[in-house]
Design a protein around this ligand. Structure first.
Ligand SMILES: [Zn+2]
Length: 78
């Protein structure tokens, strides 16, 4: 008799869980999308041409204030 009660309780519990999951699945998806802020498209970092400096020794363009990146540049041969 007790086993039957436990079984009935388990069935009710399963039904309750199923009800909750179905209710969640039936919720309008638009509401969820409205809650989350729209993701702004990420802008790729743009290196302006003004920030590039031409190396006088080898002609390679490097970021302003940075040493020449060319490995065979005369300025790197100390
Ligand atoms: Zn250079």
């Amino acid at each position: 008799m007790l086993g039957l009660l436990v079984k009935a309780f388990a069935i009710l519990l399963a039904l309750g869980l199923a009800y909750v999951s179905i209710k969640r699945a039936l919720l309008p998806k638009g509401k969820k999308a409205a809650e989350a802020p729209p993701q702004a498209p990420r802008k790729a970092p743009v290196i302006e041409a003004d920030d590039m400096v031409r190396c006088p020794a080898c002609g390679t363009y490097n970021a302003a204030g940075q040493p020449c990146a060319a490995p065979d540049c005369p300025t790197n041969r100390a």
